[in-house]
Design a protein around this ligand. Structure first.
Ligand SMILES: Cc1ncc(COP(=O)(O)O)c(C=O)c1O
Ligand SMILES: N[C@H](C=O)CCC(=O)O
Length: 430
């Protein structure tokens, strides 16, 4: 079987005339896997309907937000209802407090939350808040972690930045770059060394507590706990970037799963129910430093937009009332993991599969994938063949090895079996 994407290719050619590279976010362009991207016409549940009329199984869920599947009824209804009342006011609304109250009741260790429009904004604002709070400039980040495209983070960044070979983007000034100090994921000694060499200068450590932008990479036991202690010892703040993991891995995200407390937590994706939302949250004592209460300025014309808040509220309400979703998702992800594991091991291939909750990634390498360097040992030719092979069978995986799969609750075991069988057929000929 081979799906044809003629209309997608034509649409891509047209798009390239008016949009740089034909896309509004680089990873969509398929540069890492070759070929033309698939254009989507609509989506429902676990399936994307392509512009060529094919129904394909979706494993990216809009890069995470669509945890309950596409066009989830309660979210769609909430957005329609909100739209009928008006699309933006630039004035406070009751729904902003409603979603804030619910979000802080689900997330551990935070009292208040501020809504923004993207994960990038959330992380950028969280770091500014940490700098304003501590009166220090330097931050520590980890190679292969992606915190959006704000200047301070485009230093050895993961996701599209590394996929496109510019983890350190031109346009980021030396002045900005010098304040971002780098460590390897899962290397606590390096973090301790950086603290030692920059005594009294580190404002914060920002991390994906469970990483999803170099594939899915899990923290080793003691790693996050060790950073927590270092931050306490040096009076620096610990920022968990939970843009991917927040409300996805558990009601309380990675903080709940790891048991490690962050000082500031950033959110995105699921919290917006598929609309453009980001957020950052902390204890009141830290949040009091934000304008209009404190001197750290942060703002947004469309922040707390009523459509976005309605979508987010419907999504969080469902997840809060149906915690079994998380167990179901974890069971489905484990099933897929085991199925692909069997196929690849029977074939005698070098591979590693990392998984937690509803996130996983397949790495074509013989090394344990624990940081960016080990993720980069993956055989990209195999990755491309695997990606296109599955796409030919109507299965859409993330089009880069430096991304995670995101499973959604609408996926059936039949969909998972189809994916496993397709994997078997794809690698059979290798
Ligand atoms: C962990 C993480 N942080 C931040 C971001 C930035 O979010 P956005 O793309 O909404 O700006 C992303 C995704 O892009 C992400 O995965
Ligand atoms: N890894 C990124 C977000 O999670 C991928 C989405 C994008 O950059 O468009």
């Amino acid at each position: 079987m081979s799906f044809i994407y003629q209309r997608s290719s034509a649409l891509f050619q047209e798009a390239k005339k008016y949009i740089p590279g034909g896309v509004n976010s680089p990873v969509r362009a398929f540069n890492a896997v070759g070929g033309d991207p698939v254009f989507v016409e609509r989506a429902k549940g676990a399936y994307l309907q392509t512009e060529d009329g094919h129904q394909i199984i979706d494993y990216i869920a809009s890069w995470g937000p669509m945890i309950l599947g596409h066009a989830f009824e309660p979210v769609v209804e909430a957005v329609i209802k909100a739209t009928e009342k008006g699309t933006s006011y630039g004035m406070p609304t009751a729904i902003e407090t409603e979603i804030a109250k619910l979000a802080v009741s689900m997330a551990p260790n935070v009292d208040q939350i501020r809504m923004v429009n993207s994960g990038t904004e959330a992380c950028m604002s969280a770091v500014r808040l940490a700098r304003g709070y501590t009166g220090r400039d330097k931050i520590i980040k980890f190679a292969g972690c992606y915190h959006g495209h704000s200047d301070s983070f485009l230093i050895q960044a993961g996701s599209g930045a590394v996929t496109f070979g510019s983890p350190n983007s031109p346009g980021v000034t030396q002045g900005t770059a010098k304040d971002t100090l780098l460590a390897d994921y899962n290397n606590l000694e390096q973090v301790a060394d950086i603290f030692k060499q920059n005594k009294g200068e580190i404002a914060c450590v920002i991390i994906e507590p469970i990483a999803g932008n170099m594939g899915c990479v899990l923290p080793k036991e003691g790693f996050l706990e060790g950073i927590r202690s270092l931050c306490d010892e040096h009076e620096a703040l610990f920022i968990f970037d939970e843009v991917m993991t927040g409300f996805r891995l558990a009601r309380g995200g990675a903080q709940e799963i790891t048991g490690v407390k962050a000082d500031i937590v950033t959110y995105g994706k699921v919290i917006g129910g598929g609309l453009p939302v980001g957020a950052f949250a902390a204890k009141q004592e830290i949040m009091n430093h934000l304008a209009p209460l404190g001197p750290v300025y942060q703002a947004g014309t469309l922040s707390g937009n009523p459509l976005a808040m309605s979508a987010g509220l419907a999504m969080l309400t469902y997840l809060n009332n149906n915690p079994s979703v998380y167990d179901n998702l974890a069971a489905k992800t484990e099933y897929l993991h085991k199925g692909i594991d069997t196929v690849l091991s029977e074939k005698g291939m070098d591979y590693k599969i990392n998984r937690i909750g509803s996130m996983m990634s397949v790495h074509f390498t013989d090394q344990e994938v624990v940081d960016f360097a080990s993720a980069a040992t993956g055989n990209n030719e195999w990755f491309k063949k695997y990606f296109h092979g599955l796409l030919d069978h109507g299965i859409y995986l993330p089009p880069s090895a430096f991304e995670s799969y995101f499973l959604n609750d609408a996926l059936s075991y039949e969909d998972l079996d189809k994916t496993i069988e397709a994997s078997r057929e794809v690698v059979a000929g290798w």
